[in-house]
Unconditional design. Sequence first.
Length: 324
Amino acid sequence: MSNHRPRVVITGAAGFIGSHLAETLLDRGFAVVGIDNLSTGDVANIAHLVNRDFTFIKHDVTNYIYIDGPVDYVLHWASPASPIDYLELPIQTLKVGALGTHKALGLAKEKKARFVIASTSEVYGDPLEHPQRESYWGNVNPVGPRGVYDEAKRFAEAMTMAYHRYHGVDTKIVRIFNTYGPRMRVNDGRAVPAFIGQALRNEDVTVFGSGQQTRSFCYISDLVDGIVRLMEAPTNDPVNLGNPHEMSIEAIATTIIRMTGSSSRLVYKPLPTDDPKVRQPDITRAQTLLGWEPRVPLEEGLTSTIAYFRTKLGIGRSELPRDL
């Protein structure tokens, strides 16, 4: 191991998870190079890092990635990640999963860096196994509207393993389950920001389907802790990171309405095509290999997330600090 300060390249660094990763790694003594084309990222998420050992490059990672000097880790987080985004940007989503992963892996190979890719629980599709273990191959509709995201990530995993087996790159695959926290976009389209935004405005809170479909919500600080542990772990197999506490969409909506003190009512709309009915990670592998499990209770995480959204929307005042 060289004696220089460890240096990490993060694609998608201006996004929700990418910006938290950048901040945490800076706190832990890394130099960080962030790359983002800002198609769904926001420079406001990384503006507070400007006076630290952080370099930002605006770049589309489907094109060749050039980084001067040594690189120890490449974290590939670039991708639209919410249904609104990948339905509006279907071809870009496929390109960043395929071409972007290829370019990021090429950088890791060139620099002899460790590579970590953000995969997703969506690789399991509408699962026939519950909870979902990493050994499950999934139930995905490749020609449905969600297929652009699901299959982009499945291809990205295959490409990552090919570089590991053929080129000997030390690769890691993290399958991320529903995560929430500050820096999510108000118009993100995912359940937690959508419900908080509607509740804070006292609008009807929109639940799709019966509301009995389930998700498992992990707070951002827990997820980032797991990712950093995986960076250093001696494994190349996929690892689920998420909160195994499963709850219905209706229950999370009701909780948010209560916590915001909102007068909103639940309204029900048809379920989108191929929307998964259940989602719950089996985190045995993360517990065993990483000594990791989520620690932040739902209401604690929602408190700081709601405070962030109050600030973003300019609604009410919160005693909580903006960045937790």
